[in-house]
Ligand binder design. Structure first.
Ligand code: SF4
Length: 354
């Protein structure tokens, strides 16, 4: 349900963006499109979804205007997401303009990397700092089955191009599904350690378009750690800088006895993002702007604030700021997945962005 924008402002709306639980929101995820170049079975149906119309989607100028208001309110990092953000034309130019914002936010991108081999150099030259790449398997057949596209080589080429372009760190996010790729978790970690990528495993969240998610089917953090610890010695570190990932130092590899000696001083890390079984809402610093201009203060919100309508009806920056401050003040404590009566949001993950 979209809250009607009240344009009148009580007083100058200023940052930082602090909610009723004392959390400061300074990390903005901007979805550039709801479209995607893959059809991951745990995300959307094979035929895709009813996509947003061209006029419904924010223009670059509208995104820049809103980004300037958000950075004026204390946002310090902007992550570009989708759907798949690189299916939208002109992302490098948008990045270049976002990099002109004062103060300059850290700029990152979450992508399936299919178009990264072609675009990584231009994105880096425009000011992109780092990338998160979604990749759930290194097995070509499993990839084709999970994503309904036979494009694994393009993802690997995209990752290599990102590294060559100096984007760093490169984080690789994998969603593990029971009976599909859970048993491949240690191979993914081994490959990431070898390649210099930061591996993170994400619990599948109830945000799929088909609403078929079940707790019973979900691979938990415990399940993932059990597979990893069969091979690796892991030492818990915790959440660094409010990041959603729970980090573990990799101390030893039973398949490579020499590894422990190499990892004494600066051990590599692996992350687990356990939104369902180990929620981290208490330290949440994230806000999301959807491709159609709706502000979501929580991934699982049922309320949205329509910034696009305000923008297109002539709101001033101050009035936009007031809408944002008002929305953040009402940010929910958390997702409530563990609570009886939890209701999955109508809007699927593909139309919210990671
Ligand atoms: S579920 Fe909502 S409150 Fe919790 S961490 Fe995610 S966005 Fe933040």
């Amino acid at each position: 349900m979209t809250a009607a924008p009240a344009l009148a402002a009580a007083g100058p709306a200023t940052g930082p963006l602090v909610d009723a639980f004392g959390r400061t929101a300074d990390d903005l995820r901007i979805s550039l499109t709801d479209k995607c170049s893959l059809r991951c079975s745990y995300c959307m149906p094979a035929e895709g979804l009813q996509w947003l119309s061209r006029t419904a989607v924010l223009t670059d100028a509208e995104i820049l205007r809103l980004a300037a208001v958000f950075t004026g309110l204390g946002v310090r990092s902007i992550r570009l997401t989708g759907g798949e953000p690189l299916v939208r034309p002109g992302v490098a130019e948008l990045v270049r303009q976002l990099a002109q914002l004062e103060p300059r936010p850290e700029l990152s991108l979450t992508t399936n990397a299919l178009a990264l081999a072609d675009q990584a150099a231009a994105l880096a030259a425009s000011g992109l700092d780092r990338v998160n790449v979604s990749l759930d398997t290194l097995d070509r057949a499993t990839f084709a089955r999970l994503t309904r596209r036979d494009r694994l080589p393009d993802v690997l080429a995209g990752l290599a191009a990102a590294a060559a372009a100096g984007l760093a760190p490169i984080k690789v996010n994998a969603v593990l599904m029971r009976g599909q790729n859970l048993e491949q978790a240690d191979q993914l970690l081994a490959w990431a350690l070898e390649s210099g990528y930061q591996m993170r495993f994400i619990e599948h969240m109830p945000l799929d378009a088909d609403h078929t998610w079940t707790r019973a089917d979900m691979v938990t953090a415990e399940d993932v750690l059990a597979v990893l610890e069969a091979r690796y010695e892991l030492e818990p570190i915790g959440h660094l800088n409010n990041a959603p990932a729970e980090e573990f130092a990799v101390r030893a590899d039973r398949a490579d006895p020499q590894a422990a000696a190499r990892w004494v001083t600066d051990p590599p890390r692996v992350g687990v993002i356990a939104s369902v079984t180990r929620p981290f809402c208490r330290d949440c610093d994230r806000l999301r702007l959807t491709a159609d201009g709706q502000l979501r203060t929580c991934l699982f919100a049922h309320e949205e604030t329509d910034l696009r309508a305000a923008l297109r009806s002539g709101a001033t920056d101050q009035e936009l700021a007031t809408l944002i401050v008002t929305a953040v003040t009402a940010k929910p404590a958390g997702h409530g997945i563990q609570l009886p009566g939890f209701r999955q949001p109508e809007r699927p993950m593909s139309a919210i962005g990671g």
